[in-house]
Each structure stands twice: as structure tokens, then as C-alpha cells.
Write a new protein. Structure first.
Length: 257
């Protein structure tokens, strides 16, 4: 299988605190892989290093064999990595379709002056972005919300809208940071089907962080577990469920164990 993303001994320190320590892994093209671990174990820090929010203190992040360590987030997005966040970050002053179009601005060919003056080239691109945005929303079952305010959507649909905006950047790799956070079991079930749909429909690679084990175990063929910034296990759901190091990390070990 083709390696799309590779992390080589990535370490991230904040002063005297080591948030991630020599973390290495590979994500293959077309894969759906989960990153799990107790709160504060370094999961989101790893995503922030991958997407350029943080520069690794040591190690490398390779996308398709190219070193992207420390590049600006917008450049990394342009290279094909998109993400969502733990907390929903939608633009409240824009409707659903406009929120999606924001993601498409990354691929604009018009110069800033054309955009400001609404010159014909920009107008044509804007029309094309709107058409593409509607097609994207339709493919995700969100087209009937196109002109609604995003905050008027049910919570589960807001999560899907945030993913739709990430998809609008035309990524190769999609990072989902706790997409099922705050969801009811019914919404989480719908999200699982949604993730499997976009994985296949958009020919994506998906790397996700999630605390709902029902979601992780239900759809992810491979799971990576970290604790205190270090990888402690990796394998299938069955292997992870029975791994003693994982059990200890989540449940703790008594002094007399």
C-alpha cells in the first residue's frame, strides 16, 4: 500500500513539558485509522503538528514523501490535508452554502484585486464555487440546508457541515478531531455511516481522534493508542481491546496489581 502520511520520531516540547515523544507511524492511502488515548495524552498535539499549527521540536512529518514539518497551515492545506476541530467552528454570519464556499477559496486563481473589484474572472470563479458547493452539499445530504443559518441546524448536521467545509478544500487526507463529541448514540450511528460514505465517495484517507469507543471500534480497521505522548499499541480493534498496556492506560493499575 502507498504511504500517504509518515511521522518519523516526532517530538513536541513546550518548555519543560514533552507533549509528544518520538511518535512514529504511517497512514496508507485509502485507509481509515483512529488515534486514541486518555485525555491529555497528546492526540490533538499530533494533529496540530501534522497541520502546521505547531512545528515539531524533533522529527519529521512527510506527506507523499515530502517533508511538510513546520510549513504554514495554509500551505499544508493546499498540499492536501484538511481537518476539523474538537469544537465546531462554523462562520455564523454566513449561510450553510457560504460556509462550504469558504473552503473552496483556497483554490481560487483570481488575484486579490480581481476579488475586491469583482472582475469577470473572479465572478466566473465565484459562480463555479457556488455550483460546486451545492453539488458537494447534495452528495452529503445537506443540500436542503444550503441557505439556512448554520446555527439553526441540528447538532449532528453542524458536525457534518464542518466536515463538508473541510472536503471543499479537495483534500487527500482528512483529519477529524473528535467528530462524535457531544453526539447522542443515534447521531453517532449516523456519523459512522457518514464517515464511511465520504471515505469511499471522495476516495479519501481519514485519520481520526475519537473518544467514543463505539465509533472507533465500529468503523476503524486500525487503531493507534498513545499515552503520555508515546505510542503504546497499534493494531486491529480486537488487538487493542485486549492489549494490557491499553487497559492500564485507560483504567489505571492499582499499587497492588
Amino acid at each position: 500500500m502507498t504511504i500517504l502520511l509518515k511521522l518519523e520520531a516526532v517530538t513536541k516540547r513546550f518548555g519543560g513539558l514533552t507533549a509528544v515523544n518520538k511518535f512514529s507511524t504511517e497512514i496508507h492511502a485509502g485507509e481509515l485509522c483512529a488515534l486514541i488515548g486518555p485525555n491529555g495524552s497528546g492526540k490533538t498535539t499530533i494533529f496540530n503538528v501534522i497541520t502546521g499549527i505547531y512545528t515539531p521540536t524533533e522529527g519529521q512529518v512527510l506527506l507523499g514523501g515530502e517533508d511538510v514539518s513546520g510549513k504554514r497551515p495554509d500551505l499544508i492545506t493546499g498540499m492536501g490535508i484538511a481537518r476539523t476541530f474538537q469544537n465546531i467552528r462554523l462562520f455564523k454570519g454566513l449561510n450553510v452554502l457560504e460556509n462550504v464556499i469558504v473552503g473552496k477559496h483556497l483554490r481560487l486563481q483570481s488575484d486579490p484585486l480581481s476579488s475586491v473589484l469583482h472582475l469577470p474572472k473572479y465572478q466566473n470563479e465565484e459562480k463555479e464555487m457556488r455550483e460546486q458547493g451545492l453539488v458537494l452539499l447534495e452528495s452529503l445530504g445537506l443540500d436542503h440546508f444550503a441557505y439556512d443559518e448554520p446555527t439553526s441546524l441540528p447538532y449532528g448536521q453542524q458536525r457534518k457541515l464542518e466536515i463538508a467545509r473541510a472536503l471543499a478544500t479537495n483534500p487527500r487526507l482528512l483529519l477529524l478531531d473528535e467528530p462524535a463529541a457531544g453526539m447522542s448514540p443515534t447521531d453517532a450511528e449516523g456519523l459512522m455511516k457518514f464517515i464511511l460514505h465520504i471515505l469511499d465517495y471522495f476516495d479519501l484517507t481519514i485519520f481520526l481522534i475519537e473518544h467514543q469507543m463505539r465509533v472507533v471500534m465500529g468503523i476503524c480497521p486500525r487503531i493507534i493508542v498513545i499515552d503520555h505522548g508515546e505510542k503504546i499499541a497499534e493494531g486491529s480493534p480486537e488487538m487493542i481491546q485486549n492489549d494490557q498496556h491499553v487497559i492500564e492506560a485507560y483504567l489505571g493499575v492499582s499499587d497492588h496489581a
